[in-house]
Write a protein that binds this ligand. Structure first.
Ligand code: HEM
Length: 502
C-alpha cells in the first residue's frame, strides 16, 4: 500500500501523460526483472537442494553460524578438533558448517583428499581468511594466489636441499647434546617447553643466524602470540588475542627489517637462509623464477617459523608420550639406536647417512605423526561449483580435508588408536598418510622435521631413561596445532654407559 501511494504521488507530479506512460513502463520492467531474478534464484536453490545432495550439517545462527561452538571447542581441553569430531559422528564423513561467516565443508576420505589436494583440474586453492593473512602477511606463501605461490615456493624450495638439511642436522645435533646434558639436573623436564625452545633456537640459526638468547626468546614469545591470534576472533581491540598477535607481528617485521639492512650494509655475512634469499634478491633474474622482494622474504621467514616450530615441537612431545605408553616399542627402538650409537661413537655428530640407517625410528616418527595429526585438517577453497564425495560444493565454500579422521579410519589402519610403528613396514594406502599434506602444497619442511624428530629420538634414547609424570592427554587451549596441555613432564635418569653399550 505504501509503495502504491508513493508511486501515485510521484506520478501526480509528472507534467504530462507521455511521461507518465514512460515512467509506468520503466517501473514495470524493473519490477519484472526483480521478480525474474527472484524466481531464478529460488529455482536454482531448489534445484540445488533437490537434485544434488548438499552436505548435511547445520548453518547455526544467522550471521555467526556455529562460530561460538567452534570457539568453545578451541578454548576447551578437548581442543578445536572436537568441534569437527562431534559433527563427523553426527553427520558422517562429509558435513557442512558455518564459521566466521563462511561455509566450511569437512570431508574425510582418501578419494576426496586425492581430488582436492592434488587439484589436478584447478578447482581448488588454498586461501586463509583475511585476519590470518594480516598476521602471517599478504606475501606469505600460505596466503599467496596460485601463481604467486608457485613463484615463492620455487624460491624457498632451494633452501631445503639435501646439502642444507645435512648441515642443519649437524647443528641441531650439537644443540640437542648441549640441551640434554642439562636435563639430569632438573627435577622435571617439560618436553614441550624444551622442544619449543630447542627448535626455535635451531630455526633462528638456520634462517638468519640469530643466536643471542634475548633475541631468540623474544622472537619465540612473539611467534607464540601470532599463532594464538590466528585462531582468535579478529577483534582489533587492545588486550584481545588478535590485537596482541598483530602487535607481535609488527615487532618481528621490524627485527627482520633490521637484519636485512645489516646484511645489505655488509655489517654481517652468514651462510643462512636469509643470506641465500638476499643473494637471489640482489642478482638480476638468475633463472626463470624471479627473486623475492624484501616484503616476501620477511613474511616467509615468519611463515617458516610458524609452520615449523610449534608443529615439530608438538610432534616430538606426542612421540615421547606414545613411547612411554608402549614399552615394547621403546625396547625395539633402544636396540636399533644402541647399534647406531656404537657405530657413531667416534664421530662428533650425527649425519644424514646415520639417520637413513634408522628404519625402525623412522616408523616410530611416522606412527607418532599419524596418531597425533598435528595439522588436523588441510584447508582449501572451491574456485567453482563442483562435486566432492558425491556432494555438491559451491564456489567460494571452504573445503577441509579432515586428515585426523583419515588417520584414525579403521578401514585404512587396523586398530587405529594403537601405537604400532610396524604398520608402516609397507607403504600406506595412497592418500591415507597426510601428516605433511600431499600435492603442490606438501610441507616444505617435511624432511627437516623428520630429521629433527630422529635426531631428538636418538639422543634421548641413548642418553636417558624416562617416565612421564603426568599422563593427562588434554589438549592445550588456543593452540593452533594439536599440543599436549601438560607439555608432557618427564623424570629422566642417565643411562649407565656400559648399559647403553650392551
Ligand atoms: C612435524 C612437523 C611438521 C608437520 C606435521 C607439518 C605439516 C604441514 C602440513 C600438513 C602442511 C600443509 C599442507 C597443506 O595444506 O596441504 C604444511 C605446510 C608447510 N610447512 Fe610444514 N609441517 C611440519 C614442519 C615444518 C617445518 C620444520 C617447516 C619449515 C622449516 C615447515 C614449513 C612449511 C611450509 C612453508 C608450509 C607451506 C607450504 C605451501 O603452502 O606451499 N613445516 N606443513
Amino acid at each position: 500500500m505504501e509503495l502504491d501511494e508513493i508511486k501515485r504521488s510521484m506520478l501526480n507530479l509528472l507534467p504530462n501523460a507521455t511521461l507518465q506512460l514512460c515512467c509506468y513502463t520503466v517501473v514495470l520492467i524493473v519490477s519484472l526483472m526483480w521478480l525474474m531474478r527472484g524466481i531464478a534464484r529460488v529455482l536454482r536453490d531448489s534445484h540445488w537442494e533437490s537434485t544434488a545432495k548438499i552436505p548435511p550439517g547445520s548453518r547455526g545462527l544467522p550471521l555467526i553460524g556455529e562460530t561460538l561452538h567452534f570457539m568453545a571447542a578451541t578454548s576447551s581441553s578437548k581442543g578445536f578438533y572436537d568441534f569437527v569430531h562431534i559433527r563427523q559422528l553426527r553427520y558422517g564423513n562429509c558435513f557442512r558448517t558455518s564459521i566466521f561467516g563462511q561455509t566450511h565443508v569437512f570431508v574425510s576420505s582418501t578419494e576426496s583428499a586425492k581430488v582436492v589436494l592434488n587439484n589436478e583440474v584447478g578447482k581448488f586453492t588454498k586461501r586463509y581468511i583475511k585476519s590470518i593473512a594480516e598476521l602471517v602477511g599478504n606475501e606469505s606463501l600460505l596466503c599467496a594466489s596460485h601463481q604467486h605461490h608457485k613463484l615463492i615456493r620455487g624460491r624457498l624450495i632451494n633452501l631445503f636441499s639435501t646439502a642444507s638439511i645435512s648441515s642443519f642436522i649437524k647443528q641441531f645435533d650439537q644443540l640437542i647434546v648441549t640441551t640434554l646434558s642439562g636435563w639430569e639436573h632438573k627435577p622435571t623436564v617439560v618436553v614441550l617447553h624444551e622442544a619449543l625452545e630447542l627448535i626455535c633456537k635451531a630455526m633462528c640459526k638456520m634462517l638468519m643466524s640469530l643466536e643471542s638468547g634475548d633475541e631468540v626468546e623474544m622472537l619465540q614469545k612473539d611467534v607464540a602470540h601470532v599463532c594464538e591470534a590466528m585462531i582468535a576472533f579478529p577483534l582489533r581491540l587492545p588486550c584481545t588475542r588478535f590485537y596482541k598477535g598483530l602487535e607481535a607481528r609488527k615487532r618481528v617485521m621490524k627485527m627482520l627489517e633490521k637484519k636485512i639492512e645489516e646484511r645489505r650494509r655488509g655489517e654481517a655475512y652468514h651462510e643462512d637462509f636469509l643470506q641465500h634469499l638476499l643473494k637471489d634478491n640482489g642478482s638480476a633474474c638468475c633463472d626463470e623464477v624471479p627473486p623475492l622482494t624484501d616484503a616476501e622474504i620477511q613474511d616467509n621467514i615468519l611463515t617458516m617459523i610458524i609452520a615449523g616450530q610449534d608443529t615439530t615441537a608438538s610432534a616430538i612431545t606426542w612421540m615421547v608420550k606414545y613411547l612411554d605408553e608402549n614399552q615394547q616399542v621403546l625396547h625395539t627402538l633402544r636396540a636399533e639406536q644402541g647399534r647406531i650409537a656404537e657405530k657413531t661413537s667416534h664421530t662428533s655428530s650425527l649425519t644424514l647417512d646415520d639417520l637413513n640407517e634408522m628404519p625402525y625410528a623412522s616408523k616410530v616418527v611416522k606412527e607418532s605423526l599419524r596418531m597425533a595429526s598435528i595439522v588436523a585438517w588441510l584447508p582449501r577453497v572451491a574456485l567453482q561449483d563442483c562435486e566432492v564425495q558425491g556432494f555438491k560444493i559451491k564456489k567460494g565454500w571452504n573445503i577441509n580435508i579432515d586428515a585426523r579422521s583419515i588417520h584414525l579410519d579403521p578401514t585404512l589402519y587396523n586398530n587405529p588408536t594403537m601405537f604400532i610403528p610396524s604398520r608402516f613396514d609397507g607403504e600406506p594406502k595412497p592418500n591415507s598418510f597426510l601428516a605433511f599434506g600431499t600435492g603442490g602444497r606438501t610441507c616444505l619442511g617435511m624432511n627437516m622435521a623428520k630429521a629433527m624428530m630422529l635426531v631428538f629420538l636418538h639422543r634421548l634414547i641413548t642418553t636417558y631413561n624416562w617416565t612421564v609424570v603426568n599422563p593427562d592427554s588434554s589438549i592445550e587451549k588456543w593452540a593452533l596445532f594439536s599440543r599436549l596441555k601438560s607439555g608432557c613432564p618427564i623424570h629422566v635418569s642417565p643411562i649407565a654407559k656400559d648399559a647403553a653399550d650392551a
